[in-house]
Design a binder for this molecule. Sequence first.
Ligand code: ADE
Ligand code: ZN
Ligand code: ZN
Length: 263
Amino acid sequence: WGPEGHAIVADIAQRHLTPAAAAEVHQLLALEGKTRLDQVSSWPDEIRRDHPETGPWHYVDIPLRAPDYNRRRDCPQGDCIVTKLPHYVRVLADRKASPKVRLEALKWVVHLVGDIHQPLHNNDHDDKGGNTVKLVYFGEQTNLHRIWDTGILEQATGLRMQPDYSFDHAATRKIAVGMDDAIGAAQRARWTPAHADKDIDAEAVRWSDQAHTLARDVAYADLPERRVGDWEQGYQAKAWPVVRTQLEAAGVRLGAVLNAALR
Ligand code: ADE
Ligand code: ZN
Ligand code: ZN
C-alpha cells in the first residue's frame, strides 16, 4: 500500500489495543518522539532505497495460477513477507531484546500486516506483482500494482498523496474511524478467530493465501484485455470493496497481533 493505506491500517489497530499493549506501544514509540502507530507505518518503505536487501520482505511472488503459497517454491531464501512478518512479531514479543530492536520490529509488524493484505503483494504473473502492467487510470499514467497500492483508495476517498509521499494524517484518520465504526462484531470475530495468535506462522500463510485469491479473482480477472472507453468505472466498482475490506481486515488483525505480542 501507499502511505495512506498503511496509516489507515495503523489507525484501525490503534483503536483496539488493550491498555497493556497501548502502554507498551507508547513507550516504544517515545524512543523517537512519536505517539501513534500511523507515524511509523511507512518507515520500511522509507529505508528501502538505502537497504535494498529488505525489498523482497514486502511481498511474496505466488504464481497467479498456483492455488496457494508454497514455501519451497515462493520463499526458498526465507526473505519474503510470509516469513519476515512472523519473525518480527517474535522479536517484538521478546522482552529480552533491547527497546531499540523491539521498536524496529514494531515498525515492521505494522507495515507488513498491511502489505500482506494487498492482493498484488501476494502474487506474480511475470509482471513483478503488476508493476510492469502499464495503464492509464482515471487520466493518470500508472500501473496495475500502483493502482492497488494507492489509486483505487484515492479514487474512492478523495485522499491525495503528495509527490514527496506526505499525506494528510487527520483526513486519513477520519476515513479509518469511519471504516472501523462500520465493522460488525461478527465480521471482527471471523477475522480474528480465537487462539489464532498462537500460531502466527500459520496465520501469515492464511492471510497471504486469501489475498492471493483476490489478486486472481478480482485484480486480474476483472481487468479487461482491451482497456478502452470508461472501463475504469467498472473496475473501480469491483476493486474498491476489496481494497476497503482488506484494509479493515489488516487493521483488525494488526490490533490482535499487537495485543497478543504485548500482553
Ligand atoms: N516486486 C516483484 N514482485 C512484487 C510484488 N508481488 N509486489 C511488490 N513488488 C514486487
Ligand atoms: Zn506495493
Ligand atoms: Zn511495503
